[in-house]
Structures are given as C-alpha cells and as structure tokens.
Design a protein around this ligand. Structure first.
Ligand code: TYM
Length: 333
C-alpha cells in the first residue's frame, strides 16, 4: 500500500500509568522501526473501556500516552500517531472480523481468562471480542510487523489466523502480519512477585515501576524488589527476581548477562539493586523531561491527534471499503 514500504503497527491502552514493562517491551523499540517501515502507533482508548474507566482519567491518560509516544522518540513527522476512537473504521472493521472469529478461539485467549477472573462482576462482550478489535487495528493498515511484548503474541497470532481465513474466502484482502517480540524486555515481571507480569493495573504500587516515577521512588522500589535467599548475581532457573532485575538492567544499559555477572561478582544484592535503580532512573530522565514539555502544550497535542487521525483515516478508509466491496456490501459513495 505504501509503494513497497513495509508497515509497522502497534498500540498501547491508556488504561493506567505506563510501566517500564510497556516501555521496555514495546514503546522503547517503536522508534527503531521509523526508518525502515511506515509506522502507525495508536492510543487504543476503545480497548481500554473493556474494563470500567473513570472518564476524566481516561481522557487525561489519552493525552499522556500520546505525549509519552513522542517523548520516547516517535517523531510525528515520520510516524502516524493517533487515537483509536478518532478513526471510526476500527470499530466498523471489528464488527466484520467478529463474524469471522470463532467463539472457541476467543475463549482460549489467556488475557480474556485473566481479565474475566479479575473483573468477575463485569465480563462484558467487549472483553470477550477484544482480539477482533485488535485484529481490526492491525489489518486496517495492511500491517507487516507488530512490535509487542510477549503477552500480546497470542492476540497477534489470532489476528494472523483471521487474516488467512478471510484471504482464503476473499483473495488478497489482507497482509498477514508477523509479531516482533524484542529479545530482551519482552516480559518484565512484577517486582513484588517475579512470577507475574508487571502490569499497569496491578494494585500494589511496589510491584510496578512507572515510566514517570521520580528517581528516589524508582530506587526505593528496586531496593524493595523481591529476590531470593542466594547472594550471587547470576541468571539461573529458580532465581526469578534476580533474572528479572538482570533483564531490566540489560535493557537499560545494553550489557549482556555474562557481563552483568562479572560486574557484580563478589558484590551483594543490595549493590546490584541500587545499580539497576540508577540505570533505570538515568535512562528515563530525558524521556520524562521531554514528556513534561510536550504535555504542557495541550493545543499542540490536539493538533497532533487531528493530523494523526487524518493520516490514519486515509489508509483505514481504503482498506474498509475494499473489505466491504469484497463481502458484497452495496457501495453508493
Ligand atoms: P497493553 O496496553 O497492555 O501494553 C502495551 C504494550 O506493552 C507490552 N507490555 C509488556 N512488555 C513487557 N513486559 C511487560 N510486563 C509488559 N506489559 C505490557 C505489551 O505487550 C504491549 O506491546 N492489546 C494491546 C494493545 C493493542 C495493540 C493493538 C497492540 C490494541 N491494539 C494492535 C498491537 C497492535 C494491549 O493491551 O497492550
């Protein structure tokens, strides 16, 4: 669709303050695709309402997430940055894809099972069909690659299945996308329970480091991180806490695990945790500075939202109309 240029697409829900899991698993890597790919990065507010949101918080976080995209190095001149609800084609294609997605497939989604256990009082249809909306996001842009953390792999695989199924019925309808999962940082774990993913919706604030936490808070949280009764900094089975801290340190410093093991040889966990906290805070400081500048210009952010939505709509409209035509919907425009 873009004269032989490949397309990269990803999204983040404005459903909570973003964590270093979101940063290392996704956001930090987005900018690296800008040269080689035509990139679309979306603030997926429609996904966020599958769980109850306070409207004022959702609105605020939508601005904040867009500001974080830009602060993390996404140049709006090179990338299309926009808000999902500003492009109505997402919801329209999602309906069509729902009709090609099986109940059994949706029932097997781990995120649906987790979220319905956590929100037992609100297991709504949107939570169940969430992967069809995510597939619509991706397929509308004839996407080649989807950079995500490992927790989203299952959803991207379902998206591929839907695309292939529809391509069999209606040839050449969609590009079949590939997930791209970063080697390190693909699954950052909770600091309080390193067997669990770090999640922005975790109720324990000590489990999470937010991208916007200040240096003292970051260091305090790392100091309290759960580790083990051993004292040696090394990557090994059963050392979930240390393995997680080593992954985080590796992502922020670019050091390999064997290099980290040598660096902390003969030193205790206390020293290591402090180093992880400092590396994290130092790496995030310039992002936080840019973020504050960008967020203070609300009119600028709104202008960006409009520009992004126009660019995205242009592409989305073309795909949706192709799909509608192939399915047999009458077009009178
Ligand atoms: P969301 O908002 O939960 O997370 C945004 C991105 O951050 C990654 N991530 C993590 N990576 C490593 N370690 C962690 N602890 C961690 N927590 C989150 C996620 O894998 C994701 O890449 N359904 C998606 C949003 C979405 C989307 C899309 C993504 C909607 N439409 C289309 C790609 C393409 C979600 O809930 O992400």
């Amino acid at each position: 669709m873009f004269q032989n240029q490949l397309v990269s697409y990803s999204g983040i829900q404005p459903s909570g303050n973003l964590t270093i899991g979101n940063y290392l698993g996704a956001l930090k890597n987005f900018a690296s695709y800008s040269e080689k790919y035509k990139c679309f990065y979306c603030v997926v507010d429609e996904h966020a309402i599958t769980v109850r949101q306070n409207p004022a918080d959702l609105r605020r976080r939508t601005y904040e997430t867009l500001a974080l995209y830009m602060a993390a190095g996404l140049d709006p001149e090179k990338n299309t940055l926009y808000v999902q609800s500003h492009v109505h084609e997402h919801a329209e294609l999602a309906w069509i894809l729902n009709c090609f997605t099986m109940f059994g497939e949706l029932s097997r989604m781990t995120q649906f099972k987790d979220k319905s256990a956590r929100h037992a009082d609100n297991i709504n249809a949107g939570l169940f069909t969430y992967p069809a909306l995510m597939a619509a996001d991706i397929l509308l842009y004839q996407t080649d690659v989807v950079p995500v953390g490992v927790d989203q792999k299952q959803h991207v695989e379902l998206c591929r299945d839907i695309a292939m199924r529809m391509n069999q019925l209606y040839p050449d309808l969609f590009t079949v996308p590939e997930p791209i999962i970063a080697k390190s940082g693909k699954k950052i774990m909770s600091l309080a329970d390193p067997t669990k993913k770090m999640s922005k919706s975790d109720e324990n604030p000590n489990a999470i480091v937010y991208i916007l936490d200040d240096k003292d808070t970051i260091i305090r949280k790392f100091k309290r991180a759960v580790t083990d009764s051993d004292t040696v900094v090394r990557y090994a089975e059963g050392k979930d806490g240390i393995n997680n801290l080593m992954s985080i340190y590796s992502c922020f410093t670019g050091k390999e695990f064997d290099e980290i093991e040598r660096e902390f040889d003969g030193k205790g966990y206390g020293e290591f945790k402090l180093a992880v906290g400092e590396a994290c805070a130092d790496a995030l400081a310039p992002v936080q500075k840019r973020y504050n500048e960008i967020l203070s210009d609300k009119a600028g952010l709104e202008a960006q939202m409009k520009k992004g939505a126009e660019e995205a709509s242009y592409v989305a409209r073309r795909t949706l109309s192709k799909v509608q035509k192939k399915l047999g919907f009458v077009q009178v425009r």
